[in-house]
Write a protein of this length. Structure first.
Length: 374
């Protein structure tokens, strides 16, 4: 059996494609821009796959009645609000249960929750010396000028939103942004903050979700990461790898961004503690970076997410925190308790290897789409 993968859209697509191949499928790869109906008909492929949802590819598949499998592996993702998600050709898989449940209301029976995983090539058993206490690899989520500089808000709206954002920064495991947006606040945001997603008529009924994930979620993530990194850097030696401009964080070691898996894996494995802060648009799921750190054999300390205890044992496979104090306490504890920290990293790596491979994810997708029910 053969399938066609449109590549060049997602950073983790190679892992899932290897999963399909390991499951016995023959996968041909084509650049997204080269995909046409004629290319599909050439070899009578079973389905088309992308590592993110593409409205353009969905439109082509719908017109030609081609089954289209996609895997939403990163958030925020504007494509989930595009009208083409309703196309009957779609079989959409999403790593975040909350987003999945929202899509299931739009496309019943065509959206499925599927956690992320790890590529077999990410694993390494070789020992390596730890030379960094704490590290963080990732974005500081800056670039919220449209919201920050909006000057048309009423005094009430600006005060309400500032208080809402500050409150959400302090709360882990529960997202209150969307439920806290009333009609008047939504109107003020639509009027004052440029957002292309809010301009089209298809956004009706989805405004609160778009605002919560794409506008407020970005701002909360920016404030949270700056605040936590600043606090950690005042108490511990921490190394930051990012492409963003760093201001207001004078006490940490700044490094250029990493561009390859090999570089990231080395950082994960040479750090005693790898910090991870989930983007606030991801309200329930486990981001890809957590699987990557664990697959590389690194110790993970991340904010609590509802789906973590569904897939791992906290304190056995990885560690979580629910507030700033717990973050600092656990950094101090695990820097002092090396044997326990090393054992957790090893157990976490083994758990990912056994239960969260992209082979298993590929098999799940195939069986779901081609079951008798579909």
């Amino acid at each position: 059996m053969k399938a066609l993968a449109c590549v060049g859209m997602g950073k983790t697509e190679l892992g899932i494609l290897e999963g399909f191949r390991s499951a016995g499928l023959e996968i041909d790869e084509i650049c997204v821009s080269d995909f046409t109906v004629d290319k599909w008909k050439e070899d009578e492929y079973l389905f088309v796959f992308t590592a993110v949802f593409s409205p353009e590819i969905s439109a082509v598949c719908q017109n030609a009645l081609i089954p289209y499998l996609s895997y939403i592996m990163e958030l925020p993702d504007e494509a989930v609000y595009h009208p083409s998600v309703k196309n009957p050709c779609n079989f959409i898989f999403c790593f975040d249960r909350d987003v999945c449940e929202g899509l299931q209301q739009v496309i019943p029976g065509r959206c499925f929750h599927l956690p992320l995983g790890a590529d077999s090539s990410w694993f390494s058993e070789s020992a390596i010396e730890k030379n960094m206490d704490v590290s963080f690899v990732g974005s500081l989520c800056e670039g919220n000028e449209a919201y920050d500089k909006a000057d048309g808000f009423s005094e009430y709206a600006r005060g309400y939103l500032d208080a809402l954002i500050k409150t959400q920064v302090r709360i882990y495991g529960y997202n209150l942004l969307e439920t806290a947006l009333n009609k008047d606040i939504v109107k003020e945001i639509k009027r004052n903050v440029p957002c292309e997603l809010l301009q089209g008529g298809e956004a009706v009924g989805l405004e609160r979700s778009i605002i919560a994930r794409h506008i407020l979620g970005n701002k909360v993530t920016e404030l949270e990461r700056h605040q936590l990194l600043h606090t950690v850097s005042r108490n511990f030696e921490i190394h930051l790898y990012t492409a963003d401009e760093v201001s207001g964080l004078p006490d940490l070691h700044f490094h250029k961004p990493v561009t390859s898996w090999e570089e990231r894996a080395k950082i994960y494995r040479t750090s005693r503690i790898n910090l991870h802060f989930t983007h606030r648009s991801v309200t329930s799921g486990i981001p890809q970076e957590i699987f990557e750190i664990m697959a590389a054999g690194g110790f993970v300390l991340t904010n609590f997410q509802p789906e973590i205890p569904e897939n791992f044992v906290i304190g056995e496979h990885l560690e979580t925190f629910v507030n700033e104090k717990e973050l600092l306490d656990k950094i101090a504890y695990y820097l002092e308790h090396e044997e326990e920290r090393v054992q957790i990293a090893k157990a976490g790596q083994q758990a990912v290897k056994e239960y969260h491979s992209y082979l298993s994810r590929a098999v799940t997708m195939f069986n779901t789409v081609f079951s008798d029910d579909n």
